[in-house]
Each structure stands twice: as structure tokens, then as C-alpha cells.
Write a protein that binds this ligand. Sequence first.
Ligand SMILES: [Zn+2]
Length: 239
Amino acid sequence: MEDETDADITPQMDKNEPNKRQNCKICERPLKVCWCNYLPNPKVTLKSNTSVIIIQHPSEKKRKIRTALMAVHGLDAGDCKIFSRRKVTETDDLSKLLKLSNAYILYPTKDSRNINDVAHNTEHKSLIILDGTWDEAKKIYSRSPVLQRLPTIHLELKNKSEYVVRTQPSETCLSTIETVAHSLATLENDPTISERLLKPLHMLCKFQLAHGAVEHDNKSYKRVKIDTPLSGDIPEDIT
Ligand SMILES: [Zn+2]
């Protein structure tokens, strides 16, 4: 497999790193559209003994508009990590981490449980989120028996995605930061967590719209790129 990256790629805030192409070192966006000032301050502290593991398809890293870093930098250091993978093998260190961390994967299946059902569990748990297009997420899952053995959960939300710039294939598909924010708000029983974590997303959308992006109606657009399709509605091609 080409370009297989097995490292934990959660960015560190290294101030000595050269500033490539005038991009912010934290959010990796051009400085003029940096969303870092809208990150929660102080960062969101989780009381529910939860950590977030984002498994990001390597292609996602190449996309300009992505939202996983909003979760990494919006939560206390170490509470959200990104791993770049096309699949998770049995011998992967990540696989060992999943076995040790009471992991649940946000992935809608016929048998997945509503995330509300696990909110009362106060033991340490990891929330696994697949980050990429719907097709990429599906491939990561189908190539990774390690992930298929994890209990699946899904979110049920009434509101459609606020991520108006990068089109979602249906009203129930969410960007990665929305998935993280709403999941944690449920697990922590604290709706303010969503509001705090989603401010950078609102600014990203505002910047993009101000710079000529078109607000897309999710159903009117065919060539879609989504972050994480994790809601209760299961697209036909996943079952
Ligand atoms: Zn920034």
C-alpha cells in the first residue's frame, strides 16, 4: 500500500518549526483565515473519562478544509489524538491501544447503539471516529477487523450539519468536529460543549463564504466530500 503512514500525527505546537507558506502552525490554515482565535479558551475539559481517537484516511490530510484539528486543539492536551491509517492491522500499536481503552466506534450499523446508551458509563472509554470521505471511512472499516470487533454507536440529531461549505451527502452526515462536539456534549451531558467546540467551524464557514464559496444544499450536490457519516441514518452503501 502506498503512502502508508503509521504514526500518531497529532500535531504538536512546535513554535520552532519553520512557517511553511504563511500557514498557521496550529490550525495549518493560511494566516488570514486562521481560526485559532475562536478555539475554546480555556480548552474543554472532559469529566466523563472519555478520550477521542480520530483515525484519519491519509487523503484527508491533503484537503484544505478539514476539521479534525479543531477537536485536537479545542480539548485539553492529549484528550484527542489523530492517527493516519488506511486500515488498522492486528499488530498495529493503535490496535493495542484500542484493546486497552474500552473503545466504541462511531459507525452506524443495523446494530449500533445510540450514544445516549453509553453516556452513563463512567469508566474510561475511547470514542473512535473515522475521518475522510464516506467512501474512505467505509474502506478503513471494511479493511480493519480490529475495528469491526468494536461496539458500534451512532448519534441521533435533529439539526442538520452546520458545515455549509463542504457539502454533506445528507442532512444527517456531520463534519468531524460536529461529530466530536455533539458526541462529547451527550457523554458529558453538557450542551455548552458543542457551542464551544463549534466556534472555529462557524468561523471557517464564514471565512469561506466571504471568500466566494457557495453555500451548498446537501442534496443538490453530487460530488461530495464529507468528514464523518455517523448519524443514525445509514447510507445504503454501507450495509
Ligand atoms: Zn491558526
